[in-house]
Design a protein around this ligand. Structure first.
Ligand code: FAD
Length: 343
């Protein structure tokens, strides 16, 4: 039997950022990651403090942006790679009223650090009314982040590449298969619906499609946003996405959303492009737009870290520390994020 302080279930943003906090604080742990579809693995990784419809911001956005640099420099210290790509969001304006709204909002205290009042004109894409830059926004190199995290935790014997069987927990012995644990933290995204201990918690799937496209022409190095995000992955390889669908819970590619993406890109990129990959997965969302942290109402060593919504990177990094402080330093959870709100 191997003794561990924690079993983490799930190898998406929630699971890996929490694993980082445990490693940093010398706690022993093992991560179970199964074959289930993960939203994190196909995400755009955009870290953006501004809601691009209304040019407003959201709860804890500044704290979350401030914490990004800390956590990724800690991760870089053992993977030897920087994952934060400092290419800001450039929001293409749809009309003059939007530009006015942007300028007006840029005077608000909470938006001053983010809304740049010097508009730019992007090359080779349609932006006749210019584009607004979100200062300090950036994106995560998602591909390399997961490649390195899987490799790192595998090399340290922290990773078990198999599905966690909820029915195999031996509560009397605090054991699961070959592991004796103090705590289990479920970071299962939308698959929490298959977890008999947390399946009543309302984690709502929001399906997203995204494309990889080949583009020959030169596009300025920004995260270009009109209806969706466009940015370069490497050379001619670009990411374009993602869509939002609260209804479809199947894992199939939906041609309607692929068309929405192709039309969305054609609306501002007038040259040829070819679609090389189509991907789909789910965001784990919550109606009140707050993540879900905390402990099972009956089993005090079963916990949940979920509900990262459309902001897996910002919520995942920031709230992984909150989760650690709750579990290990007995810090109280804000009732807004505590799983208790559903009991
Ligand atoms: C198209 C798209 C674009 C997105 N773009 C962005 C973006 O630009 N910026 C951003 O911040 N966020 C973005 N997101 C949102 C982000 O991806 C989610 O917030 C994030 O995926 C949530 O992470 P998670 O770890 O909670 O869940 P997931 O990523 O779904 O991870 C859950 C993990 O648990 C594993 N698992 C589940 N059940 C079990 C089990 N029984 N045993 C073992 N393993 C199990 C799964 O295999 C999976 O690896 C995007 C999402 C989509 C779909």
């Amino acid at each position: 039997m191997t003794q561990v302080d924690y079993i983490i279930v799930g190898g998406g943003f929630a699971g890996f950022f929490l694993a980082h906090q445990l490693q940093k604080n010398n706690r022993s742990f093992v991560i179970f990651n199964g074959h289930q579809i993960s939203g994190s693995h196909i995400s755009a990784g955009v870290c953006n403090p501004v809601i691009l419809k209304r040019f407003s911001t959201f709860w804890k956005s500044k704290d979350q942006m401030d914490y990004l640099e800390t956590i990724f420099s800690e991760i870089e210290s053992y993977t030897n790679r920087n994952y934060i790509i400092q290419e800001p969001v450039a929001r293409i304006f749809h009309d003059e009223a939007e530009k006015k709204q942007w300028l007006k909002n840029s005077n608000k205290e909470e938006l001053k650090p983010f809304l740049d009042t010097d508009f730019i004109r992007l090359k080779n894409v349609e932006n006749p009314l210019e584009s607004g830059i979100v200062k300090n926004s950036c994106r995560l190199d998602v591909e390399n982040f997961f490649k390195d995290m899987f490799r790192h935790f595998d090399a340290n014997q922290n990773l078990v590449n198999e599905s966690f069987d909820h029915n195999a927990i031996d509560f009397k012995a605090s054991a699961y298969k070959d592991f004796q644990f103090k705590n289990i933290v479920f970071c299962e995204g939308i698959h929490t619906k298959d977890n008999p201990y947390f399946n009543e918690i309302p984690v709502l799937p929001n399906k997203g499609h995204c494309l990889e496209v080949n583009i020959d022409g030169e596009i300025d190095p920004y995260i270009i946003k009109k209806k969706h995000f466009l940015f370069s992955l490497s050379d001619k390889r670009y990411y374009y996405g993602g869509t939002y669908d609260r209804f479809d819970q199947s894992e199939n590619i939906d041609p309607e959303f692929v068309k929405e993406l192709e039309d969305g890109l054609k609306a501002f990129y007038k040259n040829d492009f070819s679609v090389t990959k189509i991907k789909t997965a789910f965001r784990a969302t919550v109606d009140d737009r707050r993540p879900i942290l905390g402990t099972h109402h009956e089993f005090e060593n079963l916990h949940i870290f979920n509900g990262l919504g459309a902001r897996g990177v910002l919520n995942g990094t920031y709230f992984s520390k909150v989760m650690f402080d709750y579990l290990e330093n007995k810090m109280e959870l804000d009732p807004e994020i505590d799983v208790k709100r559903f009991y």
